[in-house]
Every structure is written in C-alpha cells, then in structure tokens.
Design a protein. Structure first.
Length: 275
C-alpha cells in the first residue's frame, strides 16, 4: 500500500482507484492517511467485508457517489480548476458467470439512468473476463466456456462502449509462472461516445511491475507536451556524407541573400529550417 501511495504522489494523480486491498474496515482510515494523507475515500465495505474497491481523491477533486455494489463503484467526478466533469465506474468483477450477469445488469442500469445527460463515462478495472479469444495468450490450447465472453460482448454492444486507446502490454494480467505462463487482458478501460468527444486524445497506459499480477492502468486525458527548450546539436558525422556540401549549397542558394541587418538572423534561421 505504501508503494502505491508513493506512486500516486510521484505521478501527481488527482484521483485513483485501488482494488483488492485486503484492508479491514477498521484499518481503512489509518492506512489511507499513512499512504495518501489529506485524501478522501469511497469504499464498498457495505457490500463486501474486505472492501474490494477503494475510490480515492485529492482535495482538488469533487466526487459524488452514484452507485455501489460488491463489484462496482460509479461516481461523478468534477475537477473545478479545469471545469471537467465525467463519470467513472471502477470495476472489480468476481469470477463466476452468475456474478458477471449481476454486474452487467448494474452497468446497463447505470447507462439507462444517466445517458440523457450525455456525460463522458469511463469504466475501468478488472473485468475477470476477456472480450475476444485473441486476448488470451494460449487461447488455442484452452477450450473453456465462452458464455461469459459473449455476455461481455453483448454488454459492450448494448451500452455502446469501446476500448480506450492504450499503450503497454495487451495482456494486463499474467499468472506469474515461469513454467506455463499465461496472459490475459482482464483489465481494461471502456468508454462511451461522449468520452471520446470530450477527450479525443485520451489514452490508457498499462504498466507492468509491482507486487500484483495485474498491470497498473493510468489514464491520461491529453498528451503531455514537452515544451522544454533543447540546445542545438550538430552531429559531425553528417559532414562526412558525400551529399552534405551539395545539399547545404543548394538550400543556401535557393533562399535570399544575407545582409547586415536586424533581419539577418531571421533569414539565417529560415535557411537552416529548409535543410
């Protein structure tokens, strides 16, 4: 938990979700304060004795609980500083088809209840099921029931959801066995059309490592623009190329003549830019 807390602070998250913490209800506040001092939390201890989902946020975020069960917490998230407002559903599914059906129904009910608001919606977490056979590293050798997968596909279709673009490994979970390793895409971020409209450049990053057999999932609403000024560097090996001098001469002759004036540096810059 402390490692996760340090990760939250290093990357400067404004909110995040933790699954399967195995923290007892009476220890929740103490653990949260030690890992994320000043943060607030929503849990689902009312639905499961181990509080399988923690939804945590900093003081720069306003969170309103919309729905909670043993497998999902849905909140409205508002970031006043930027004016952003969207819905987040955190999923931690059980591993039986009966439980999946209950969760699929909860997600459908949420979609029906709030679709009229046209609010961006992201559903992120561990679904404990894949959407396609290609999301199992050894699918050709494992002939298990595909009923759960088909039900998952129906949910995605019914609620008009799609995967958020992502970088990182396709198989966000693996069994950590060096002999007979198996990987699956059990973890994913699904979005609705309103999310894609509001955050067209958003993407998820699945990072391996840590103590869990699941990859960490980080969601970025827009790419980070690196505006750090970098010094000009000339690589001397370029001057040894046979085409170097002819290319420079041709571009130099094609632009205007340099004279002693305030515009000389600007013209010189343009000559360099054409190369």
């Amino acid at each position: 938990m402390r490692l996760l807390g340090n990760g939250f602070q290093q990357v400067k998250f404004v909110f995040g979700c933790l699954l399967e913490t195995r923290v007892l209800p009476e220890e929740c506040s103490t653990v949260l304060f030690s890992c994320l001092p000043g943060w607030r939390i929503l849990t689902n201890y009312d639905h499961h004795h181990l509080g399988r989902i923690w939804f945590c946020w900093s003081d720069g975020v306003e969170v309103t609980l919309l729905f909670s069960s043993a497998q999902i917490i849905t909140c409205a998230v508002q970031i006043p500083q930027s004016g952003l407002c969207f819905m987040v559903s955190v999923v931690y599914a059980f591993n039986t088809e009966i439980d999946w059906r209950l969760m699929w129904d909860d997600i459908r009910a949420t979609q029906a209840a709030y679709s009229h608001l046209s609010m961006p919606w992201i559903l992120i977490g561990d679904y404990n099921e894949i959407l396609a056979s290609s999301e199992h590293s050894l699918a050709q050798y494992y002939r298990t029931s595909q009923l759960g997968m088909r039900q998952f596909q129906n949910l995605v279709s019914d609620c008009d959801l799609t995967d958020l673009s992502f970088v990182g490994s396709l198989f966000a979970w693996w069994n950590k066995r060096k002999c007979d390793p198996i990987g699956k895409k059990l973890d994913r971020a699904l979005i609705n059309g309103d999310w894609l409209t509001a955050f067209p450049q958003s993407f998820a990053r699945f990072e391996a490592g840590g103590v869990s057999d699941h990859s960490r999932c980080l969601v970025q609403l827009s790419p980070v623009i690196d505006d750090t000024r970098k010094p000009f560097r000339f690589f001397h090996f370029l001057a040894d190329h046979d085409s170097f001098l002819p290319t420079v001469s041709a571009h130099w002759a094609a632009s205007g003549t340099l004279y002693h004036s305030r515009a000389a540096l600007q013209l010189f810059h343009k000559k360099l830019k054409t190369l």
